[in-house]
Write a new protein. Structure first.
Ligand code: DAH
Length: 341
């Protein structure tokens, strides 16, 4: 029996208690009433009288050893658990930075356009997106059967009276001239709507910026210089402009405004379709009919006007090849414009 005590003692010393399962196994084997230690206690009757005292002492020693090891294991496991627990806070850790939002690229470009024109004395004007036929078409000298008035191009809200979503920002020219005496020198950024199939190049909602300067002796040279100044401020000092004869009902003469392609430096690329020039808007001298329909004396005053696409300018400036990206609100796209100025 004494041999047996020795064996159990050796076994006990070797055991490693590393988790709750080991602990329970240890408890059953060495601590519980049915444990090997308990068994030894029960066996005391089989021991000769004169050896009983010594046997009892040794079994007791073994029991104490088992209990000490059990207690120690409990406290070790508790410590281990508490260091791994999630409510432990390391106050020395750096803070998790907040994600900053970004200004939409179209807003950034609109603000830049506004700043460029404000520097040469233009103020900013605003007009309605839901408009009547007069301000969107008739006062701008569109003849009654002009194709732009067709349902295919225009979103009509009602017929008779014709109420529609403005197809361009030129309506604000009329609203300004109705309420303000010349000189007028304003730019008018805003949202416009056209009944177009959505594709990489076209959208049914987009943005324009309109410009209007009415005063005595305003000439085509003033228009050209203003646009040249704008193009260089917007796209870089080496930018050139080209005015191509065109037609708009509200200007005479009219022109399309091209800038030199800065993507290929006019060597020819996909964006400029190998012409070296890209179009960014239309312009011209305000047609006397337009001045007259807003009660401005066309004998005394002349003026120029222009209109440019903000998406178009943004796409060129940042080499974006799909207009739909502006309206999808995909943060992976928008975050790329975090640090632009
Ligand atoms: N409204 C024209 C368009 O949407 C752009 C335009 C052309 C505006 C010539 C003007 C202008 O003010 O003079 O296509």
């Amino acid at each position: 029996m004494f041999e047996r005590i020795k064996e159990i003692k050796q076994e006990l010393e070797k055991i490693k208690i590393e988790n709750e399962k080991h602990l329970e196994e240890f408890r059953i084997k060495f601590i519980s009433r049915k444990s090997v230690v308990g068994e030894l206690m029960g066996g005391i009757r089989e021991i000769a009288q004169e050896q009983r005292k010594a046997f009892g002492q040794e079994v007791n020693e073994l029991k104490n050893l088992a209990q000490a090891k059990f207690k120690e294991a409990i406290s070790e496991l508790e410590n281990k658990n508490s260091t791994g627990s999630t409510d432990y806070t390391d106050l020395t850790l750096p803070n998790i930075p907040h994600q900053l939002g970004t200004i939409h690229p179209l807003t950034q470009v609109r603000e830049k356009i506004v700043t460029i024109f404000q520097r040469i004395g233009f103020n900013v004007a605003d007009g309605p997106e839901v408009e009547d036929d007069w301000h969107n078409f008739s006062a701008l000298n569109f003849p009654p059967n002009h194709p732009a008035r067709e349902m295919q191009d225009t979103f009509f809200i009602s017929k008779d009276p014709d109420i529609l979503l403005r197809t361009h920002t030129s309506n604000v020219q009329i609203r300004l001239m109705e309420k303000q005496e010349p000189p007028i020198r304003s730019i008018m950024p805003g949202r416009v709507f056209r009944n177009e199939a959505i594709s990489a190049r076209a959208h049914c909602i987009f943005h324009q910026v309109e410009g209007l300067y009415i005063n005595e002796n305003v000439s085509f040279a003033d228009l050209k210089n203003t646009l040249y100044y704008f193009a260089r401020e917007m796209f870089g000092k080496n930018t050139k402009i080209r005015l191509r004869p065109s037609f708009f009902p509200f200007t005479e003469p009219s022109a399309e405004l091209d800038i030199s392609c800065f993507i290929c430096d006019q060597k020819g690329c996909k964006v400029c379709k190998h012409t070296g020039w890209v179009e960014i808007g239309g312009c011209g001298m305000v047609d006397p009919n337009v001045l007259e329909s807003s009660n401005i004396d066309s004998e005394k005053y002349t003026g120029f006007a222009f209109g440019m696409g903000i998406e178009r300018i943004t796409m060129l400036k940042y080499k974006i090849d799909d207009i739909r990206l502006f309206f999808e609100n995909d943060v992976r796209f928008l975050r790329q414009f975090q640090s632009l100025s």
